[in-house]
Design a protein around this ligand. Structure first.
Ligand SMILES: Cc1cc2nc3c(=O)[nH]c(=O)nc-3n(C[C@H](O)[C@H](O)[C@H](O)COP(=O)(O)O)c2cc1C
Length: 188
């Protein structure tokens, strides 16, 4: 698949088959993340791959979070945390969850976050190439410190996660803003 095909075909997948993905395929995808550009070439990512009970414990932490936290009115108004439970259910269903951790460093928050974005998009596109469905996940943010502690990685923070599995759905392309509404040219 060429680049434009992967970009156009990629979808967020929230319904996966039970089929396992081979370690070789997972590592191929992670390798494409590793090759992403990063601010100051800091490569601020560290991948922890979780399956089975460990993965389910993360989903349970997220469900406990929504059950036990009366979130702020403002967050409720904008629906900020409303997808946590649905995302936790996707995590339970998917065979592989890649956790993307970052060393805590207050001086590099913006650069590191942008770099991790490039890394995860590379992985989503490579997954598409290989016929693997993916879901980029930020809803783990509410339980980030619990997850880092659970994995024995307190010196790092959980930035986001990537669910990987064979898709059991074929979503249509989701709406995008028109190019004309989001660009502005200054020719001179
Ligand atoms: C940084 C980032 C975080 C996301 N977090 C979640 C998430 O936690 N749960 C979820 O269901 N989808 C999540 N998504 C998927 C978006 O909802 C999705 O990309 C968007 O609706 C457009 O759909 P598409 O990816 O199929 O084009 C996230 C996407 C990005 C880029």
């Amino acid at each position: 698949m060429n680049t434009i095909e992967s970009i156009e075909k990629r979808r967020s997948i929230r319904n996966f088959k039970n089929d396992e993905i081979s370690k070789e395929i997972v590592e191929d995808i992670l390798n494409c993340g590793r090759l992403a550009p990063s601010a100051k070439n800091r490569q601020p990512w560290y991948f922890v791959i979780v399956k089975g009970k460990t993965k389910d414990r993360i989903a349970d932490l997220m469900i406990d979070y929504t059950n036990n936290n009366d979130d702020t009115i403002e967050r409720k108004r904008i629906g900020y945390a409303s997808s946590v439970n649905p995302t936790a259910n996707v995590i339970k269903q998917v065979p592989i969850l890649v956790l993307i951790l970052r060393e805590k460093n207050d001086n590099w928050i913006v650069g590191d976050n942008l770099s991790i974005g490039a890394c995860v998009e590379n992985m989503c596109l490579r997954a598409t190439d290989l016929g693997i469905g993916s879901l980029w996940i930020r809803d783990t943010v509410y339980v980030a410190s619990d997850v880092a502690k659970m994995l024995g990685h307190e010196a790092m923070e959980l930035n986001c996660a990537l669910a990987l599995g064979y898709a059991n759905q074929k979503p249509k392309q989701r709406a995008r803003k028109d190019l004309k509404d989001i660009i502005e040219w200054y020719d001179e």
